[in-house]
Design a binder for this molecule. Sequence first.
Ligand code: SF4
Length: 456
Amino acid sequence: MKSCTQNTEDGKKVFIQTYGCQMNEYDTDKMFEVLRQENYFHTDSQEDADLIILNTCSIREKAEHKVYSELGRLRNLKSANPELKIGVGGCVAQQEGEAILRRDANVDFVFGTDNLFELPRMLRKVHNGEKITQTGRHDRQKVRNFIPEYAFQQISKSGIKAHLTITKGCNNHCSFCVVPLTRGLEVSREPEHIVAEAEKLVSTGTREICLLGQNVNSYKANGVDFVELLNRLDKIDGLQRLRFTSPHPKDFHEKLADAIASLPSLCEHLHLPLQSGSNRILRRMRRWYTIDTFYEKVAMLRDRLPKAAISTDLIVGFPGETDEEFEMTMEAVRNVGFDLIYSFKYSPRPGTRATEYPEHISESIKSERLRILLETQEKIVQEKYQVLVGTEQEVLIEGNHHRKANTVTGRTRGNHPVSIHNSTEKAGELLSVLITRANPNSLEAEPSSAISFAGI
Ligand code: SF4
Protein backbone atom coordinates (compact mmCIF):
# COMPACT_ATOMS: atom_id res chain seq x y z
CA MET A 1 0.00 0.00 0.00
CA LYS A 2 1.40 3.40 -0.86
CA SER A 3 0.46 7.02 -0.65
CA CYS A 4 2.38 9.76 -2.48
CA THR A 5 3.24 13.09 -1.01
CA GLN A 6 4.29 16.46 -2.30
CA ASN A 7 4.11 20.01 -1.01
CA THR A 8 0.72 21.52 -1.64
CA GLU A 9 0.34 24.93 -3.21
CA ASP A 10 -2.75 26.78 -4.39
CA GLY A 11 -5.28 24.37 -5.76
CA LYS A 12 -6.98 21.26 -4.52
CA LYS A 13 -5.39 18.41 -2.67
CA VAL A 14 -5.55 14.78 -3.64
CA PHE A 15 -4.69 11.71 -1.61
CA ILE A 16 -4.26 8.43 -3.51
CA GLN A 17 -4.07 5.16 -1.66
CA THR A 18 -2.48 2.42 -3.75
CA TYR A 19 -3.07 -1.28 -3.20
CA GLY A 20 -1.39 -4.21 -4.86
CA CYS A 21 1.22 -4.49 -7.52
CA GLN A 22 3.86 -2.30 -9.18
CA MET A 23 1.50 -1.83 -12.09
CA ASN A 24 -0.89 -0.05 -9.74
CA GLU A 25 1.93 2.11 -8.36
CA TYR A 26 2.75 3.12 -11.91
CA ASP A 27 -0.92 3.92 -12.59
CA THR A 28 -1.04 6.00 -9.40
CA ASP A 29 1.90 8.07 -10.64
CA LYS A 30 0.03 8.66 -13.86
CA MET A 31 -3.11 9.70 -11.97
CA PHE A 32 -1.07 12.28 -10.08
CA GLU A 33 0.27 13.64 -13.33
CA VAL A 34 -3.16 13.81 -14.96
CA LEU A 35 -4.58 15.52 -11.89
CA ARG A 36 -1.72 17.98 -11.74
CA GLN A 37 -2.97 19.35 -15.05
CA GLU A 38 -6.23 20.05 -13.20
CA ASN A 39 -4.43 21.95 -10.43
CA TYR A 40 -4.52 19.15 -7.88
CA PHE A 41 -1.54 18.62 -5.58
CA HIS A 42 -0.55 15.62 -3.51
CA THR A 43 -1.26 15.45 0.15
CA ASP A 44 -0.33 12.63 2.49
CA SER A 45 -3.23 13.40 4.77
CA GLN A 46 -6.69 12.07 4.09
CA GLU A 47 -8.12 14.67 6.51
CA ASP A 48 -6.60 17.43 4.40
CA ALA A 49 -7.73 16.10 1.03
CA ASP A 50 -10.39 17.48 -1.30
CA LEU A 51 -10.22 14.29 -3.32
CA ILE A 52 -9.42 10.75 -2.17
CA ILE A 53 -8.84 7.98 -4.68
CA LEU A 54 -8.40 4.32 -3.79
CA ASN A 55 -6.41 2.61 -6.54
CA THR A 56 -7.50 -0.93 -5.89
CA CYS A 57 -6.23 -4.45 -6.47
CA SER A 58 -8.35 -7.57 -6.80
CA ILE A 59 -5.65 -10.15 -7.33
CA ARG A 60 -6.16 -11.44 -3.76
CA GLU A 61 -9.39 -11.53 -1.82
CA LYS A 62 -7.65 -9.84 1.12
CA ALA A 63 -6.71 -6.78 -0.94
CA GLU A 64 -10.33 -6.40 -2.00
CA HIS A 65 -11.58 -6.60 1.60
CA LYS A 66 -9.09 -3.89 2.57
CA VAL A 67 -10.70 -1.52 0.05
CA TYR A 68 -14.17 -1.97 1.47
CA SER A 69 -12.99 -1.51 5.04
CA GLU A 70 -11.11 1.63 3.97
CA LEU A 71 -14.30 2.96 2.36
CA GLY A 72 -16.03 2.30 5.67
CA ARG A 73 -13.44 4.41 7.48
CA LEU A 74 -13.81 7.24 4.97
CA ARG A 75 -17.49 7.64 5.85
CA ASN A 76 -16.60 9.78 8.88
CA LEU A 77 -14.43 12.07 6.76
CA LYS A 78 -17.21 12.52 4.25
CA SER A 79 -19.74 13.38 6.97
CA ALA A 80 -17.31 15.93 8.42
CA ASN A 81 -16.62 17.37 4.95
CA PRO A 82 -19.48 16.80 2.48
CA GLU A 83 -17.41 18.54 -0.24
CA LEU A 84 -14.87 15.71 -0.14
CA LYS A 85 -14.96 13.61 -3.33
CA ILE A 86 -14.17 9.91 -3.18
CA GLY A 87 -13.21 7.83 -6.21
CA VAL A 88 -12.39 4.14 -6.60
CA GLY A 89 -10.11 3.07 -9.45
CA GLY A 90 -8.07 0.01 -10.38
CA CYS A 91 -8.99 -3.65 -10.68
CA VAL A 92 -11.79 -3.86 -8.08
CA ALA A 93 -13.43 -0.88 -9.78
CA GLN A 94 -13.02 -2.52 -13.18
CA GLN A 95 -14.65 -5.67 -11.91
CA GLU A 96 -17.37 -4.34 -9.63
CA GLY A 97 -18.23 -1.13 -11.50
CA GLU A 98 -21.50 0.46 -10.46
CA ALA A 99 -21.99 -2.07 -7.65
CA ILE A 100 -19.46 -0.03 -5.63
CA LEU A 101 -21.66 3.07 -5.91
CA ARG A 102 -24.67 1.04 -4.79
CA ARG A 103 -22.76 -0.51 -1.92
CA ASP A 104 -21.33 2.75 -0.59
CA ALA A 105 -23.25 5.98 -1.10
CA ASN A 106 -20.18 8.04 -0.16
CA VAL A 107 -18.33 7.02 -3.30
CA ASP A 108 -18.68 9.65 -6.03
CA PHE A 109 -17.05 7.91 -8.96
CA VAL A 110 -15.70 4.56 -10.05
CA PHE A 111 -13.26 4.15 -12.92
CA GLY A 112 -11.53 1.20 -14.52
CA THR A 113 -7.91 0.51 -15.31
CA ASP A 114 -8.21 2.00 -18.80
CA ASN A 115 -10.00 5.16 -17.79
CA LEU A 116 -7.55 7.08 -15.65
CA PHE A 117 -6.85 9.60 -18.40
CA GLU A 118 -10.52 10.52 -18.27
CA LEU A 119 -10.24 11.69 -14.65
CA PRO A 120 -10.56 15.43 -15.47
CA ARG A 121 -13.82 14.90 -17.36
CA MET A 122 -15.17 12.60 -14.65
CA LEU A 123 -14.29 15.10 -11.93
CA ARG A 124 -16.07 17.92 -13.72
CA LYS A 125 -19.23 15.80 -13.77
CA VAL A 126 -18.76 14.79 -10.14
CA HIS A 127 -18.49 18.47 -9.15
CA ASN A 128 -21.80 19.00 -10.93
CA GLY A 129 -23.33 16.48 -8.56
CA GLU A 130 -23.28 13.42 -10.83
CA LYS A 131 -22.28 9.92 -9.75
CA ILE A 132 -20.02 8.37 -12.37
CA THR A 133 -19.04 4.85 -13.39
CA GLN A 134 -16.46 4.68 -16.17
CA THR A 135 -15.12 1.21 -16.73
CA GLY A 136 -15.10 0.96 -20.53
CA ARG A 137 -12.54 -1.30 -22.17
CA HIS A 138 -9.46 0.32 -23.60
CA ASP A 139 -9.11 1.61 -27.09
CA ARG A 140 -6.13 -0.54 -28.11
CA GLN A 141 -4.51 2.22 -30.14
CA LYS A 142 -4.81 4.68 -27.25
CA VAL A 143 -3.06 2.23 -24.94
CA ARG A 144 -0.32 1.56 -27.50
CA ASN A 145 0.40 5.27 -27.55
CA PHE A 146 -0.44 5.88 -23.89
CA ILE A 147 -2.06 9.07 -25.11
CA PRO A 148 0.59 11.33 -26.65
CA GLU A 149 -0.45 14.52 -24.90
CA TYR A 150 0.42 12.96 -21.55
CA ALA A 151 3.36 10.91 -22.69
CA PHE A 152 5.96 13.27 -21.28
CA GLN A 153 3.98 15.23 -18.75
CA GLN A 154 3.55 12.09 -16.71
CA ILE A 155 7.28 11.88 -15.99
CA SER A 156 7.99 14.59 -13.51
CA LYS A 157 8.34 12.49 -10.38
CA SER A 158 11.98 11.58 -10.72
CA GLY A 159 13.52 8.88 -8.63
CA ILE A 160 16.64 6.73 -8.67
CA LYS A 161 14.48 3.76 -9.59
CA ALA A 162 11.43 3.90 -11.82
CA HIS A 163 8.87 1.56 -13.27
CA LEU A 164 7.94 1.71 -16.91
CA THR A 165 4.93 -0.16 -18.26
CA ILE A 166 5.53 -1.81 -21.63
CA THR A 167 2.50 -4.07 -21.92
CA LYS A 168 -0.94 -3.93 -20.48
CA GLY A 169 -3.37 -6.80 -19.95
CA CYS A 170 -2.78 -10.48 -20.55
CA ASN A 171 -3.85 -13.19 -23.01
CA ASN A 172 -3.01 -16.16 -20.83
CA HIS A 173 -6.14 -16.74 -18.76
CA CYS A 174 -4.50 -18.67 -15.94
CA SER A 175 -7.41 -20.26 -14.13
CA PHE A 176 -6.78 -18.43 -10.82
CA CYS A 177 -6.13 -14.94 -12.18
CA VAL A 178 -8.41 -11.94 -12.64
CA VAL A 179 -5.96 -9.86 -14.67
CA PRO A 180 -7.38 -10.69 -18.12
CA LEU A 181 -10.82 -9.76 -16.73
CA THR A 182 -9.74 -6.52 -15.07
CA ARG A 183 -6.93 -5.31 -17.35
CA GLY A 184 -8.16 -6.78 -20.62
CA LEU A 185 -6.23 -8.51 -23.35
CA GLU A 186 -2.56 -7.80 -23.89
CA VAL A 187 -1.49 -4.64 -25.68
CA SER A 188 2.15 -3.68 -26.24
CA ARG A 189 3.16 -0.03 -26.26
CA GLU A 190 5.01 1.47 -29.20
CA PRO A 191 8.78 0.86 -28.74
CA GLU A 192 9.56 4.48 -29.69
CA HIS A 193 7.37 5.74 -26.85
CA ILE A 194 8.95 3.37 -24.36
CA VAL A 195 12.47 4.39 -25.33
CA ALA A 196 11.52 8.09 -25.25
CA GLU A 197 9.99 7.67 -21.79
CA ALA A 198 13.08 5.82 -20.55
CA GLU A 199 15.36 8.56 -21.93
CA LYS A 200 13.27 11.19 -20.19
CA LEU A 201 13.45 9.28 -16.91
CA VAL A 202 17.23 8.97 -17.17
CA SER A 203 17.54 12.69 -17.95
CA THR A 204 15.69 13.45 -14.70
CA GLY A 205 17.98 11.29 -12.56
CA THR A 206 16.64 7.75 -12.83
CA ARG A 207 19.42 5.16 -12.81
CA GLU A 208 17.41 1.94 -12.74
CA ILE A 209 14.30 1.11 -14.75
CA CYS A 210 12.10 -1.90 -14.17
CA LEU A 211 9.93 -2.75 -17.17
CA LEU A 212 6.44 -3.81 -16.18
CA GLY A 213 3.89 -6.04 -17.81
CA GLN A 214 1.80 -9.06 -16.91
CA ASN A 215 3.77 -11.10 -19.41
CA VAL A 216 6.63 -8.83 -20.49
CA ASN A 217 8.41 -11.36 -22.65
CA SER A 218 5.50 -11.69 -25.05
CA TYR A 219 5.99 -7.99 -25.88
CA LYS A 220 5.69 -7.25 -29.60
CA ALA A 221 4.97 -3.97 -31.35
CA ASN A 222 5.95 -2.59 -34.76
CA GLY A 223 8.04 -5.71 -35.43
CA VAL A 224 10.06 -5.18 -32.22
CA ASP A 225 10.10 -8.08 -29.79
CA PHE A 226 11.09 -8.04 -26.11
CA VAL A 227 14.77 -8.78 -26.66
CA GLU A 228 15.03 -6.10 -29.34
CA LEU A 229 13.36 -3.65 -26.96
CA LEU A 230 15.90 -4.55 -24.26
CA ASN A 231 18.72 -3.96 -26.75
CA ARG A 232 17.36 -0.52 -27.59
CA LEU A 233 16.95 0.45 -23.94
CA ASP A 234 20.40 -0.84 -23.05
CA LYS A 235 21.90 1.75 -25.40
CA ILE A 236 20.53 4.70 -23.38
CA ASP A 237 23.42 6.67 -21.96
CA GLY A 238 23.28 6.93 -18.18
CA LEU A 239 20.87 4.04 -17.66
CA GLN A 240 22.83 1.91 -15.22
CA ARG A 241 20.36 -0.87 -14.58
CA LEU A 242 17.48 -2.49 -16.36
CA ARG A 243 15.13 -5.10 -14.89
CA PHE A 244 11.77 -6.53 -15.89
CA THR A 245 8.84 -8.25 -14.29
CA SER A 246 7.15 -10.63 -14.87
CA PRO A 247 8.07 -12.94 -17.70
CA HIS A 248 5.98 -16.06 -18.28
CA PRO A 249 8.09 -19.25 -18.19
CA LYS A 250 6.49 -20.52 -21.42
CA ASP A 251 7.86 -17.45 -23.24
CA PHE A 252 11.34 -17.53 -21.72
CA HIS A 253 13.80 -18.57 -24.42
CA GLU A 254 17.54 -18.79 -25.18
CA LYS A 255 17.52 -15.36 -26.80
CA LEU A 256 16.34 -13.73 -23.59
CA ALA A 257 18.82 -15.72 -21.49
CA ASP A 258 21.55 -14.50 -23.88
CA ALA A 259 20.39 -10.92 -23.44
CA ILE A 260 20.52 -11.17 -19.64
CA ALA A 261 24.02 -12.57 -19.90
CA SER A 262 25.29 -10.01 -22.36
CA LEU A 263 23.55 -6.63 -22.08
CA PRO A 264 25.55 -4.51 -19.62
CA SER A 265 22.60 -2.73 -18.03
CA LEU A 266 20.37 -5.80 -17.73
CA CYS A 267 20.72 -7.14 -14.18
CA GLU A 268 21.60 -10.74 -13.44
CA HIS A 269 18.26 -11.32 -11.82
CA LEU A 270 15.21 -13.12 -13.14
CA HIS A 271 11.75 -13.24 -11.63
CA LEU A 272 10.20 -16.40 -13.08
CA PRO A 273 6.80 -17.29 -11.60
CA LEU A 274 6.52 -21.04 -11.01
CA GLN A 275 3.18 -21.13 -9.06
CA SER A 276 3.31 -24.91 -8.37
CA GLY A 277 5.75 -27.82 -8.60
CA SER A 278 3.04 -30.30 -9.59
CA ASN A 279 2.32 -30.90 -13.27
CA ARG A 280 -1.31 -31.77 -12.56
CA ILE A 281 -1.82 -28.50 -10.67
CA LEU A 282 0.06 -26.53 -13.34
CA ARG A 283 -2.34 -27.98 -15.92
CA ARG A 284 -5.34 -27.01 -13.80
CA MET A 285 -3.82 -23.56 -13.40
CA ARG A 286 -3.52 -23.38 -17.23
CA ARG A 287 0.12 -22.43 -17.00
CA TRP A 288 1.25 -24.32 -20.14
CA TYR A 289 4.60 -25.60 -18.85
CA THR A 290 5.71 -28.54 -16.74
CA ILE A 291 8.12 -28.61 -13.85
CA ASP A 292 10.75 -30.10 -16.16
CA THR A 293 10.42 -27.30 -18.70
CA PHE A 294 10.65 -24.82 -15.81
CA TYR A 295 13.92 -26.48 -14.71
CA GLU A 296 15.15 -26.20 -18.32
CA LYS A 297 14.48 -22.45 -18.30
CA VAL A 298 16.35 -22.06 -15.02
CA ALA A 299 19.24 -24.05 -16.50
CA MET A 300 19.19 -21.82 -19.60
CA LEU A 301 20.02 -18.86 -17.39
CA ARG A 302 22.35 -20.61 -14.96
CA ASP A 303 24.39 -22.17 -17.79
CA ARG A 304 25.23 -18.61 -18.80
CA LEU A 305 25.22 -16.97 -15.37
CA PRO A 306 25.71 -19.57 -12.63
CA LYS A 307 25.22 -17.02 -9.86
CA ALA A 308 22.21 -15.20 -11.28
CA ALA A 309 19.51 -14.49 -8.71
CA ILE A 310 16.12 -16.07 -9.37
CA SER A 311 12.88 -15.18 -7.63
CA THR A 312 9.41 -16.64 -8.10
CA ASP A 313 5.69 -16.61 -7.22
CA LEU A 314 4.04 -19.63 -5.60
CA ILE A 315 0.45 -20.45 -4.72
CA VAL A 316 -0.31 -22.97 -1.98
CA GLY A 317 -3.67 -24.68 -1.52
CA PHE A 318 -4.88 -24.44 -5.11
CA PRO A 319 -8.17 -26.39 -5.38
CA GLY A 320 -7.47 -30.11 -5.24
CA GLU A 321 -3.80 -29.73 -4.23
CA THR A 322 -2.90 -32.89 -2.31
CA ASP A 323 -0.18 -33.23 0.32
CA GLU A 324 1.97 -34.98 -2.31
CA GLU A 325 1.45 -32.16 -4.79
CA PHE A 326 2.35 -29.56 -2.18
CA GLU A 327 5.50 -31.61 -1.49
CA MET A 328 6.33 -31.34 -5.23
CA THR A 329 6.29 -27.55 -4.84
CA MET A 330 8.59 -27.88 -1.83
CA GLU A 331 10.91 -30.10 -3.87
CA ALA A 332 11.04 -27.47 -6.62
CA VAL A 333 11.82 -24.78 -4.03
CA ARG A 334 14.71 -26.86 -2.71
CA ASN A 335 15.95 -27.81 -6.20
CA VAL A 336 16.00 -24.30 -7.65
CA GLY A 337 17.06 -22.47 -4.49
CA PHE A 338 15.16 -19.25 -5.14
CA ASP A 339 16.63 -16.02 -3.82
CA LEU A 340 13.17 -14.74 -3.04
CA ILE A 341 9.66 -16.11 -3.22
CA TYR A 342 6.34 -14.32 -3.19
CA SER A 343 4.00 -16.95 -1.79
CA PHE A 344 0.25 -16.78 -1.44
CA LYS A 345 -2.57 -18.91 -0.17
CA TYR A 346 -4.97 -19.53 -3.03
CA SER A 347 -8.05 -17.31 -2.83
CA PRO A 348 -10.95 -17.63 -5.27
CA ARG A 349 -11.41 -14.60 -7.51
CA PRO A 350 -14.85 -13.98 -9.00
CA GLY A 351 -15.16 -14.83 -12.67
CA THR A 352 -12.09 -17.06 -12.80
CA ARG A 353 -12.24 -20.70 -13.87
CA ALA A 354 -10.62 -22.04 -10.68
CA THR A 355 -13.54 -20.86 -8.53
CA GLU A 356 -15.62 -23.59 -10.21
CA TYR A 357 -13.13 -26.35 -9.39
CA PRO A 358 -14.28 -28.66 -6.62
CA GLU A 359 -12.11 -29.68 -3.68
CA HIS A 360 -11.33 -26.28 -2.22
CA ILE A 361 -8.67 -26.56 0.45
CA SER A 362 -9.44 -25.49 4.01
CA GLU A 363 -7.89 -22.29 5.38
CA SER A 364 -6.06 -24.21 8.09
CA ILE A 365 -4.36 -26.51 5.56
CA LYS A 366 -3.44 -23.55 3.35
CA SER A 367 -1.97 -21.69 6.34
CA GLU A 368 0.02 -24.73 7.42
CA ARG A 369 1.42 -25.24 3.89
CA LEU A 370 2.36 -21.57 3.67
CA ARG A 371 4.11 -21.79 7.04
CA ILE A 372 6.16 -24.81 5.93
CA LEU A 373 7.04 -23.10 2.66
CA LEU A 374 8.17 -19.88 4.33
CA GLU A 375 10.19 -21.72 6.95
CA THR A 376 12.07 -23.68 4.27
CA GLN A 377 12.59 -20.59 2.14
CA GLU A 378 14.02 -18.69 5.11
CA LYS A 379 16.74 -21.34 5.46
CA ILE A 380 17.48 -21.26 1.73
CA VAL A 381 17.85 -17.48 1.77
CA GLN A 382 20.17 -17.69 4.76
CA GLU A 383 22.40 -20.15 2.91
CA LYS A 384 22.39 -18.01 -0.22
CA TYR A 385 23.18 -14.85 1.72
CA GLN A 386 25.98 -16.66 3.54
CA VAL A 387 27.58 -17.54 0.21
CA LEU A 388 27.66 -13.83 -0.67
CA VAL A 389 29.69 -12.95 2.43
CA GLY A 390 33.23 -12.11 1.35
CA THR A 391 32.24 -11.35 -2.25
CA GLU A 392 32.43 -8.00 -3.95
CA GLN A 393 29.19 -6.59 -5.31
CA GLU A 394 28.03 -3.53 -7.17
CA VAL A 395 25.37 -1.64 -5.23
CA LEU A 396 23.11 1.14 -6.49
CA ILE A 397 22.74 3.51 -3.56
CA GLU A 398 19.13 4.40 -2.73
CA GLY A 399 19.65 6.66 0.30
CA ASN A 400 20.74 6.95 3.91
CA HIS A 401 19.95 4.22 6.42
CA HIS A 402 16.87 5.34 8.35
CA ARG A 403 18.47 4.67 11.76
CA LYS A 404 22.25 4.27 11.43
CA ALA A 405 24.61 7.20 10.87
CA ASN A 406 27.26 6.94 8.14
CA THR A 407 25.36 4.08 6.61
CA VAL A 408 23.64 3.99 3.24
CA THR A 409 21.38 1.40 1.70
CA GLY A 410 20.95 0.00 -1.78
CA ARG A 411 20.63 -3.17 -3.81
CA THR A 412 22.99 -5.49 -5.62
CA ARG A 413 22.46 -6.38 -9.27
CA GLY A 414 20.85 -9.58 -7.96
CA ASN A 415 18.35 -7.29 -6.15
CA HIS A 416 19.55 -8.21 -2.66
CA PRO A 417 19.12 -5.39 -0.10
CA VAL A 418 22.41 -4.17 1.43
CA SER A 419 23.36 -1.72 4.22
CA ILE A 420 26.80 -0.21 3.65
CA HIS A 421 28.63 1.07 6.71
CA ASN A 422 31.19 3.89 6.66
CA SER A 423 29.72 5.40 3.57
CA THR A 424 28.00 8.68 2.82
CA GLU A 425 27.67 7.97 -0.88
CA LYS A 426 24.78 9.83 -2.50
CA ALA A 427 21.61 8.18 -3.81
CA GLY A 428 22.04 7.21 -7.44
CA GLU A 429 25.76 6.41 -7.16
CA LEU A 430 27.11 2.94 -7.92
CA LEU A 431 29.39 1.68 -5.19
CA SER A 432 31.62 -1.37 -5.08
CA VAL A 433 31.25 -3.10 -1.72
CA LEU A 434 32.57 -6.09 0.18
CA ILE A 435 29.78 -8.11 1.79
CA THR A 436 30.66 -8.59 5.45
CA ARG A 437 27.58 -10.10 7.04
CA ALA A 438 24.34 -11.91 6.21
CA ASN A 439 21.18 -11.05 8.18
CA PRO A 440 17.89 -12.94 7.76
CA ASN A 441 16.56 -10.49 5.17
CA SER A 442 19.46 -8.30 4.17
CA LEU A 443 23.21 -8.04 3.77
CA GLU A 444 25.75 -5.74 5.40
CA ALA A 445 28.85 -4.42 3.64
CA GLU A 446 31.78 -2.00 3.67
CA PRO A 447 32.87 0.04 0.67
CA SER A 448 35.67 -1.60 -1.28
CA SER A 449 37.81 0.33 -3.69
CA ALA A 450 38.91 -0.25 -7.26
CA ILE A 451 36.76 -3.24 -7.96
CA SER A 452 36.24 -4.23 -11.52
CA PHE A 453 32.70 -5.47 -12.04
CA ALA A 454 33.26 -8.62 -13.97
CA GLY A 455 29.67 -9.66 -13.23
CA ILE A 456 28.41 -11.82 -10.45
S1 SF4 B 1 0.14 -14.81 -17.00
FE1 SF4 B 1 -1.55 -15.74 -15.85
S2 SF4 B 1 -1.13 -15.04 -13.73
FE2 SF4 B 1 0.03 -13.68 -15.08
S3 SF4 B 1 -1.35 -11.97 -15.47
FE3 SF4 B 1 -1.65 -13.42 -17.15
S4 SF4 B 1 -3.40 -14.66 -16.51
FE4 SF4 B 1 -2.63 -13.63 -14.69
